[in-house]
Design a protein around this ligand. Structure first.
Ligand code: SAH
Length: 248
């Protein structure tokens, strides 16, 4: 069978859609070929180095997280629309954020913006436990169903305002925000443990920079600003307050 097309028709697959394979054990079908190409051509070729991140990106079936209408483009080099006007980010930016996060296998991670659950599934392979908060209930239900189908067990999802974090399970070794914030929300800083790392897109509604915050002993902070990115807005009490604010 030839390689899956990156655009146009869905790849002819030898049964990728039965919904029963656990994350990471899908192989030998056209989607697996497309996934390997994605890793080589979009990630390795563009500077992603972390072996653990590359392994996760090569294992999690991204096509399970996109709208069926976009199946043939699931492994393309672009973001894709999901339900409720949200997006599943381009593979490269997902991998870059995960690389900057540098989660360890023993880490407890907080994710803000579950969306489709794709990045959550990746995090589930990189960390011990993942706590993920999403403000849109219907998205959360979809994400839960996909993660269940893939047999992902070390993830807890919550409907709520992630700009306030998820206090109950703090402190977290890592915090990953996948929506654009005007600044780093206070609660997310407070819930990050000493030695922890927080990755977040910060900036205006149209354009942000990826920021990485390290919490050092004695509540000292060090942060670096990485490249430009474009995320949908983080809407919440300690974020953008309403859509109008982000549409100026
Ligand atoms: N990582 C996701 C994509 C995230 S898109 C994936 O892999 O599919 C950003 C998500 O953040 C959207 O689903 C949006 O509803 C959510 N979001 C925006 N503001 C939020 C908030 N305050 N708390 C939790 N989720 C929020």
């Amino acid at each position: 069978m030839g390689p899956a097309s990156m655009s146009g028709e869905p790849p002819r697959a030898s049964g990728p859609g039965d919904g029963r394979d656990p994350a990471g054990r899908e192989g030998g079908d056209a989607f697996a070929v497309a996934r390997r190409r994605m890793v080589e051509e979009q990630l390795v070729a563009k500077g992603i180095r972390s072996p653990r991140v590359l392994e996760a990106m090569g294992s999690v079936p991204r096509h399970r997280f996109v709208d069926p209408g976009f199946l043939g483009r699931a492994y393309g080099d672009h973001a894709l629309p999901t339900a409720e006007g949200q997006t599943i980010s381009q593979p490269w930016i997902v991998a870059r954020m995960l690389e900057l996060l540098a989660a360890e296998p023993t880490d407890r991670v907080l994710e803000v913006g579950t969306g489709s659950g794709y990045q959550t599934a990746l995090l589930s392979r990189l960390a011990e436990r993942v706590f993920s908060v999403e403000r849109v209930a219907s998205l959360l239900r979809g994400a839960q169903a996909r993660l269940d189908q893939l047999g992902v067990r070390n993830v807890a999802l919550r409907h709520g305002d992630g700009s306030l974090g998820w206090q109950e399970f703090a402190p977290y070794a890592r915090v990953l925000v996948s929506a654009a914030a005007p600044r780093v929300p206070d609660a997310l800083r407070a819930q990050l443990g000493e030695g922890g790392v927080l990755v977040i897109p910060v900036g205006g509604p149209q354009l942000q920079h990826l920021e990485v915050w390290h919490r050092m002993p004695g509540d000292r902070w060090r942060h670096q600003r990485h490249g430009e990115c474009r995320f949908v807005p983080l809407l919440g009490r300690d974020a953008w307050r309403q859509r109008q604010e982000t549409e100026q």
